[in-house]
Design a protein around this ligand. Structure first.
Ligand SMILES: [Zn+2]
Ligand SMILES: [Zn+2]
Length: 660
């Protein structure tokens, strides 16, 4: 592995170091005075002698000191006697340092293709294919949540159609971090096809839990636990995990190198200089790749709209401290179950104020258990109590940590708020901390649970404290830092809706990325990149597959569409007996409708339908009346037109006609 790295270093230094003067002189847009031209000509001649190793020469712009040099003014010493020469030389060094292009290997015609199958036009469901001619890797396999009109759908997973077509060349899956929108769909993929699964310990631990739930523990044999800062060969790719700060511990950015060059995939990130575990983002490795030359950067766009920088996770601690110190009764803290550091900070304050800790909510318990088992956090076991024991302790000695900060109706917090929890009922002396912000789309349910908590008389600490929650995603200044460290030639903003990626594009342009080298992708776009160009070459099938958690099964799209139609337009069922000889109704038709007219108007509506039927039959031709299928079809059309005229709705119409 180490050797691979060194070879790359060598390759870059060749393309970079051999002809520095020629490459700079060749670019016509740079204007120089005649004197400077003269200087560079002289300087180039000096380089025609025997070449020294690169380390001795420095980067070629700033030659190492050579005590016996005869022309001190030429910069060989690192200094000049002529200040103007120094100005020119420095200018050139600045330009070269910012020029990624000269660091890329233009001798190779190799290309690499990048295809997001989820994660764009949405926040969630992240999965990206990176492939060469012969092999492919997947970066993350995440899930997302359904819209309100997807009735009976619990989660969405990416459409795997494209993966089926390239299955033979997939060498592995690489995981950036343990959030559901990056690992949630792994079990569903593995049901159908399995590949080696590379990740750091926490993401693998969380995926292991999923395999457990799905009764597919045997697939743990595909786990490959990686070390950060260590390059691993997967198919045609060399991949390095670089530590990143985010709202879940053990997150990573990836450096993915193939013949075409290096791709940096940030994963989800913020740049937290004072993280709880003392492991800040590995900016040094990012800078290392930036210096070597990065072909393309794929970067998290979630907070593109936010100026400034996201606050450190550790800024939440003092806010918790203030709230805990003031609380006379129980403290109930709710956050995302995966935000282990947030949970840890609450427990830390709980212990400080002499409270026992009850963790309530299955996902919260499991995640904390995994983090403790893997040694990511250390807590004395004696502080924990069960939900059933809470009543045994005085209120001011209890801290409850629970799920439900998004207002999920199945969550412990929701059940406590509506008095449906077996052990805990909210009371006026309680302080409830909602340490989160509503994920777009969840605002309604968060507001519902907030109302219930207030109705129960409890105190709520939510957005009124500015540092009660901090985001896990970097704002503009952190996105800029990433762009400046990595200095990519090409840029693909990811992890966001169109508004987020397009704002991220603006930020990238302001940080020196050429506008022509930025593409705003949609799911299914296949982008081909070489050292010279980046372009979209085709669109592959993408989309969502609907999953019903109760049955742990896929729901077909037409079923979901039918449900949508029923919910929006209602249904009309008609049973009628037709005399084909006389083209009349043999008896009053039976009309039932649901979700269309009120019960009060039911009779009137039935009569209307009957009238429509009678006049239709009178005018219908014999051929139609004698063919049951044709007759039902025509009746459906006639009723549809009539109902739309009267009610502006297109209900589902189910005619059952008996012809005699
Ligand atoms: Zn995340
Ligand atoms: Zn994410």
């Amino acid at each position: 592995m180490e050797n691979l790295e060194q070879n790359n270093e060598q390759e870059n230094s060749n393309s970079n170091g051999e002809q520095p003067a020629v490459q700079t002189e060749g670019s016509g847009e740079r204007q120089r005075s005649a004197r400077a031209e003269e200087y560079f000509k002289n300087r180039k001649q000096k380089f025609t002698g025997p070449r020294r190793p690169r380390e001795e020469r420095g980067n070629g712009e700033n030659p190492a000191q050579a005590p016996g040099a005869q022309h001190p003014s030429d910069g060989q010493h690192g200094w000049h006697t002529n200040i103007k020469n120094a100005i020119e030389a420095n200018k050139r060094i600045q330009q070269n340092r910012l020029n990624t292009d000269i660091k890329l290997n233009h001798n190779s015609k190799a290309t690499v293709r990048i295809t997001p199958l989820g994660g764009l036009e949405e926040i969630g469901g992240n999965i990206t294919v990176i492939e060469t001619q012969n092999s492919a890797i997947l970066v993350d396999v995440g899930m997302s949540f359904p819209d309100d009109d997807m009735h009976g759908v619990d989660i969405l997973i990416p459409d795997f159609t494209y993966l089926r077509s390239i299955k033979h060349k997939i060498a592995g899956i690489v995981i950036t971090h343990a959030h559901e929108d990056h690992i949630g769909a792994v079990p569903y993929l593995f049901r159908e096809m399995q590949f080696p699964l590379y990740g750091t310990p926490l993401p693998l631990g969380m995926i292991g839990n999923k395999f457990d739930e799905h009764k597919m523990l045997e697939y743990k044999r595909f786990f490959r636990a990686v070390e950060k800062r260590r390059v691993i060969k997967i198919g045609d790719f060399e991949v390095e995990w670089m530590h990143m700060t985010h709202s879940v511990i053990d997150a990573s950015s990836l450096a993915i190198t193939c013949e075409a060059g290096t791709i940096i995939h940030t994963g989800d990130f913020k740049i937290d200089h004072t993280p709880i575990d003392g492991y800040p983002a590995d900016l040094h490795r990012l800078a290392h790749y930036g210096e070597k030359g990065v072909l393309c950067l794929l970067s998290d766009s979630t907070n593109s709209m936010r100026p400034g920088a996201t606050l450190s996770e550790s800024s939440v601690g003092p806010t918790f401290d203030t709230i805990f110190s003031r609380s006379k009764g129980r403290v109930i803290m709710s956050t995302f179950s995966s935000n282990i550091h947030r949970v840890y900070q609450a427990i830390d304050k709980g212990v400080k104020y002499n409270r026992k800790v009850a963790i309530i909510g299955r996902s919260m318990e499991r995640n904390l258990e995994v983090a403790m088992n893997l040694g990511y956090i250390k807590l004395p076991f004696g502080i924990f109590i069960d939900a059933a024991e809470v009543a045994k302790y005085p209120d001011n000695e209890v801290l409850i940590i629970t799920t439900g900060s998004q207002g999920e109706t199945m969550s412990a917090l929701y059940r406590m708020a509506v008095n449906e929890h077996r052990h805990i009922k909210l009371k006026p002396s309680d302080t409830v901390i909602l340490s989160s912000s509503a994920i777009p789309g969840n605002e309604g349910s968060v507001s519902t649970v907030l109302n219930y908590i207030l109705k129960a008389g409890a105190n709520v600490a939510y957005k009124d404290f500015s540092d009660i929650h901090v985001s896990g995603h970097g704002a503009q200044e952190e996105q800029k830092l990433m762009l400046r460290l990595v200095k990519p030639k090409f840029f693909l903003p990811i992890h966001g809706e169109y508004q987020h990626v397009s704002k991220h594009k603006e930020t990238a342009i302001s940080c020196g990325v050429d506008e022509r080298n930025i593409l705003l992708m949609e799911d299914g776009d296949q982008i081909e990149i070489s050292s010279r160009s980046m372009r979209k070459i085709k669109t592959v099938k993408s989309g969502k597959v609907y999953i019903d958690n109760q049955r742990n099964n896929q729901i077909e799209e037409d079923v979901v569409m039918d449900r949508q139609e029923l919910a929006e337009n209602g249904i009309v069922i008609i049973v009628a007996f037709v005399d084909k000889q006389n083209k009349t109704l043999l008896e009053k038709p039976k009309v039932s409708s649901f979700g269309l007219v009120s019960d009060r108007d039911d009779r009137h509506f039935s009569e209307e339908m009957e009238n429509v039927l009678v006049s239709f039959l009178q005018n219908a031709n014999k051929e139609v009346v004698e063919n049951k299928r044709m007759l039902e079809n025509e009746i459906r059309q006639v009723l549809k037109k009539h109902i739309f005229r009267a009610l502006k709705k297109y209900p589902v119409i189910v005619p059952t006609i008996f012809v005699q």
